[in-house]
Design a protein around this ligand. Structure first.
Ligand code: TXA
Ligand code: MG
Length: 352
């Protein structure tokens, strides 16, 4: 690769943060460099949001299309006022309730926010992450930090530093290893500029959570009918995403029907020369004894599934699996976000 960067890999214990390392990372941000850091959702590749050249490095490192805007990360609520034209009452209420946390809000931007970040839109996506390392880095650099997920565009988002190393070694200045991210799926993206707050990407803060404080919100129709040819409002949602190298088939239906069909298809694909692997759950492992399986987690604790999903997709690649047979989960709570990512990763959806 041309222009290879000497990436510095450092470790920080989130429970005992080494502020010397944070300072070093903040210096890189302030010099216009790129630092990968953990958040509670996924790892992000960060740069000074107000520096065009620095932001450009993010797009290059990820191979990200220029028309896909970035999320700007802040560490204190009042920073929002310097970046957006107005903060509607509803946005303030949501920020107080869910920040720091996995909620990104779209608001009308001020001119200070470079067009590069917003891909020319008049709005900007803002989020205050909850991870202490992320917050410390933003505070120390005294800059809003633009940070998309730290994967090569199209690949599953990284939930471990080793995933970042796989995708971005030699392409960023620093990678901070802060352990595994506990939610495992990217933040909820909520458009606060539409007449009703609209979820453009489901995530850790659910529709029910938002409705519990605002009364009402809705999904971007493109999420509900992702099979239709509706153009999603969030530019990032139109791209194929979360793709392991293997093909993915998603099975929807009752647990028994899913298990029966997956077992039949496992044999079928094996005889066709594929190396199948089953993405199961604690409740269904018993149906697949002797087969190549990764359990995503416990259906009664969907957070175990969300936190393991992307790692599972990458692990199948490492194992040489070429056809992933994945079980759908209930659409309740964060299950909506899990299913959204699985649908986007899937080459085919089978209803059984
Ligand atoms: O959890 C997360 O949100 C992670 C961590 C690192 O914070 N970040 C992340 O960023 O997932 P990224 O770039 O992978 O996803 C940002 C999403 C994209 O789908 C993008 O199109 C959308 O947010 N987005 C950003 N700005 C927008 C805007 N002004 N209007 C509509 N959608 C926007
Ligand atoms: Mg992403």
């Amino acid at each position: 690769m041309k222009n290879k960067i000497n990436t510095k890999l450092v470790k920080i214990d989130p429970k005992n943060i080494d502020y010397k390392v944070i300072k070093e990372a903040a210096d890189i941000i302030n010099r216009g460099g790129t630092v990968v850091f953990p958040t509670e959702t996924v790892y992000g590749i960060g740069a000074d949001a107000l520096n065009d050249e620095a932001v450009d490095k993010i797009f290059k490192a990820k191979g990200r299309p220029q028309d896909n805007p970035l999320i700007v990360h802040i560490a204190q609520l009042d920073e929002i006022y310097s970046l957006v034209k107005e903060v509607p009452e509803e946005a303030r209420i949501l920020a107080e309730k869910f920040w720091p946390g996995p909620l990104t809000m779209i608001l009308y931007k001020k001119d200070i926010v470079p067009d590069k970040i917003t891909a020319g839109l008049n709005t900007v996506a803002l989020r205050m992450p909850e991870n202490e390392i992320a917050l410390a880095l933003i505070k120390e650099s005294k800059k809003p930090i633009a940070a998309p997920s730290a994967n090569t565009s199209g690949r599953p988002s990284p939930t471990l530093a080793s995933h970042v190393v796989e995708d971005l070694m030699g392409k960023v200045d620093m990678v901070i290893d802060g352990g595994s991210t506990y939610i495992g799926l990217e933040s909820t993206v909520l458009d606060m500029t539409s007449s009703l707050p609209m979820i453009l990407r489901p995530g850790g803060v659910t529709k029910e959570d938002i409705e519990s404080v605002l009364g009402e919100c809705c999904y971007d129709p493109a999420i509900i009918k992702s099979e239709d040819k509706i153009i999603p409002k969030s530019p990032g949602q139109k791209y194929k995403h979360y793709s392991p190298k293997a093909k993915v088939i998603l099975y929807k239906g009752s647990i028994e029907n899913i298990a029966k069909t997956i077992n039949e298809d496992y044999s079928k694909y094996k005889s066709l020369g594929f190396r199948p692997g089953i993405m199961s759950t604690v409740q269904t492992e018993k149906f697949y004894i002797g087969k190549t399986t990764i359990s995503m987690g416990d259906r009664t604790k969907p957070l175990t599934i969300s936190s393991n999903l992307f790692r599972g997709l990458r692990d199948f690649d490492h194992m040489g699996v070429t056809m992933i047979l994945a079980e759908a989960v209930d659409e309740k709570g964060i299950g909506k976000a899990i299913l959204n990512r699985l649908k986007k990763a899937a080459d085919k959806i089978v209803e059984v």
